[in-house]
Design a protein around this ligand. Structure first.
Ligand SMILES: CC(=O)SCCNC(=O)CCNC(=O)[C@H](O)C(C)(C)COP(=O)(O)OP(=O)(O)OC[C@H]1O[C@@H](n2cnc3c(N)ncnc32)[C@H](O)[C@@H]1OP(=O)(O)O
Ligand SMILES: CC(C)C(=O)C(=O)O
Ligand SMILES: [Mg+2]
Length: 509
């Protein structure tokens, strides 16, 4: 049996049926270009009979894509098939994909047709499609709830009428891997002309089983997988392209199958889709999620540092990501913290100082969701180097409103033991605060970056401010958090000024 699994991407058709994932023509073209680069075998570009917009998008994609097949979906009726052909006929490799439901519930209630009428429609529709296009796929919609012997008849009818790809979809995500594999195997075994077609699998994720069902069907002989990037699609979605491809790749020992996918393009493709449809990739999504290669707990981090294969079954680079991430947090152990300190060039701590930092990181992690590199650096400065601060913020008060410009700030600072107070102006309250502090200190650093993050949720969240200042060739980042972001901004600025002074005095910091 053929050891190649063809990847049929339906992100632009079934994927676009996902509520909120509508794409315009330019976006579809951009994604089609990326799918070609990804190495999919067939792009299902849309359903041309559904609207003028979809017709034009499919036509434009058919004319642009050069190296893989371009398919358009059509109901099993001449007018849809003709419209689809109109849209795809200029493709280098066109494919008409026509479908008709074969399950009792769909035939009786939706189509209101007898099984014999359905078989006649399949024969007529596929023959007509084949009179136009050299490659015709037939899908028996709701195959997983169809009678298996009727499915055999439907497949044989379609193949005899000229279809070369037969898809047996789990349209409503009802299948269980073992039953689905049995059904696919049964149809392939009992259809007398099954050797004249490639059998295809198309699953939905209503029970969260679409990838498992797809792999089970492949195990039973299907050689085309219909999938979407990030698993977007009707209702709970379709089968994720990246998950199926990597499952086949990582478990080559089991499947002994290949795809034509350029794996390094998986992550860039999913990121592009996420940007186009404006939906972030969930952090825990397999392969492509933010946490898929992030390690937070000490025992895992220790294993990773000794040999990454202890906790990673594929490399992030193999799917086009930059690197794994050792996340320092409340579950981190000493080996991970030691490695992080080394990566920050902090290599001169005694064992006692290291323990002090390790405990301080654990204590901070209990309070704070994310520990940044700068937090660790501040802890080292505060806990170990204990360089005294030159400046201390005593009080800050600001006034700004919608109608009075500019904003005013009054600040008091302790400067090397002396209390100094001053007021001044700025275009907004933060600008006013920064101007007044600089004025009191008689310094004029450049503000290179200013950012506020909410450390916790809600309107009472701690606002964490980072401010990067540069002066006389020295660049530092100050940070502080407080529930009032004006106060945290003032403290972060003062923290940065203390760092500048320390750096001026001491090469260590
Ligand atoms: C499982 C899937 O993903 S199937 C693909 C789903 N995609 C879409 O539906 C694409 C968007 N759809 C549309 O734009 C519209 O539904 C159209 C243009 C396709 C059809 O619109 P309308 O002509 O207004 O029909 P409507 O959608 O109301 O009903 C569907 C009709 O098609 C029939 N039908 C459904 N599937 C098929 C089929 N595969 N072959 C032939 N007829 C079918 C239905 O029985 C119904 O017929 P009826 O009007 O005689 O009752
Ligand atoms: C049109 C077919 C292939 C489909 O999307 C389904 O059955 O889910
Ligand atoms: Mg579908």
């Amino acid at each position: 049996m053929n050891n190649r699994v063809y990847i049929f991407d339906t992100t632009l058709r079934d994927g676009e049926q996902s509520p909120g994932a509508t794409m315009n023509l330019q976006e579809k073209l951009r994604l089609a270009e990326q799918l070609e680069k990804l190495g999919v075998d067939c792009i299902e570009a849309g359903f041309p009979a559904s609207s003028q917009g979809d017709f034009e998008a499919v036509k434009a994609i058919a004319e642009k894509v050069k190296n893989c097949q371009v398919a358009g979906l059509a109901r099993c009726m001449e007018k849809d098939i003709e419209r689809t052909w109109e849209a795809i006929k200029n493709a280098n490799y066109p494919r008409i994909h026509t479908f008709l439901a074969t399950s009792p519930i769909h035939m009786q209630y939706k189509l209101r047709k007898e099984p014999e009428e359905v078989l006649a429609m399949i024969e007529k529709g596929v023959k007509f499609a084949r009179s136009l296009c050299p490659v015709v796929e037939f899908s028996a919609e709701d195959a997983s709830r169809s009678d298996k012997d009727f499915l055999v008849k439907a497949a044989a009818t379609a193949i005899n009428a000229g279809a070369t790809v037969i898809n047996l979809p789990d349209t409503v995500g009802y299948a269980i891997p073992s039953d689905y594999a049995e059904l696919i195997g049964y149809v392939i075994k009992n259809c007398p002309v099954s050797d004249k077609a490639v059998f295809s699998v198309h699953c939905h994720d209503d029970l969260g089983l679409s990838v498992s069902n797809t792999l089970a069907a492949i195990g039973a002989g299907a050689r085309q997988a219909e999938v979407t990037l990030c698993g977007i699609g009707e209702r709970a979605g379709n089968t994720s392209l990246e998950e199926v491809v990597m499952a086949l790749n990582v478990r080559r020992d089991l499947f002994h199958l290949e795809t034509g996918i350029v794996k390094e393009q998986l992550f860039p493709s999913c990121r592009l889709l996420s940007m186009i449809i404006g939906k972030p990739i969930p952090a825990n999504k397999a392969i492509i999620g933010g946490n898929a290669f992030a390690h937070e707990s000490g025992i895992h981090q220790d294993g990773m540092l000794k040999n990454r294969e202890t906790y990673e079954i594929m490399t992030p680079q193999s799917i086009g990501r930059i690197s794994s991430d050792i996340v320092i947090g409340k579950h981190s152990g000493r080996n991970a913290v030691r490695s992080k300190l080394e990566s920050l060039n902090i290599t001169d701590l005694t064992e006692e100082q290291f323990e002090q930092i390790f405990n301080a990181i654990k204590a901070l992690a209990d309070k704070k969701k994310t520990i940044h590199d700068e937090d660790i650096e501040s802890l080292v400065v505060g806990e170990v180097y204990r360089m005294p601060d030159s400046f201390k913020l005593l009080s800050v008060s600001v006034h700004s409103s919608t109608d009075i410009l500019p904003a005013t700030a009054a600040i008091s600072l302790e400067v090397k033991g002396e209390i100094k107070c001053r007021a001044g102006l700025g275009v907004g309250p933060i600008d006013a605060v920064f101007n007044v502090i600089a004025d009191i200190l008689e310094r004029s650093p450049e503000v290179e970056r200013y950012a506020v993050n909410a450390v916790t949720g809600g309107t009472d969240a701690q606002g964490e401010v980072t401010v990067t200042l540069a002066e006389n060739g020295i660049t530092v980042t100050g940070r502080a958090s407080h529930h009032d972001i004006i106060t945290s901004s003032a403290k972060a600025y003062v923290d940065a000024m203390n760092r500048i002074v320390r750096k001026e005095k001491d090469e260590n910091y």
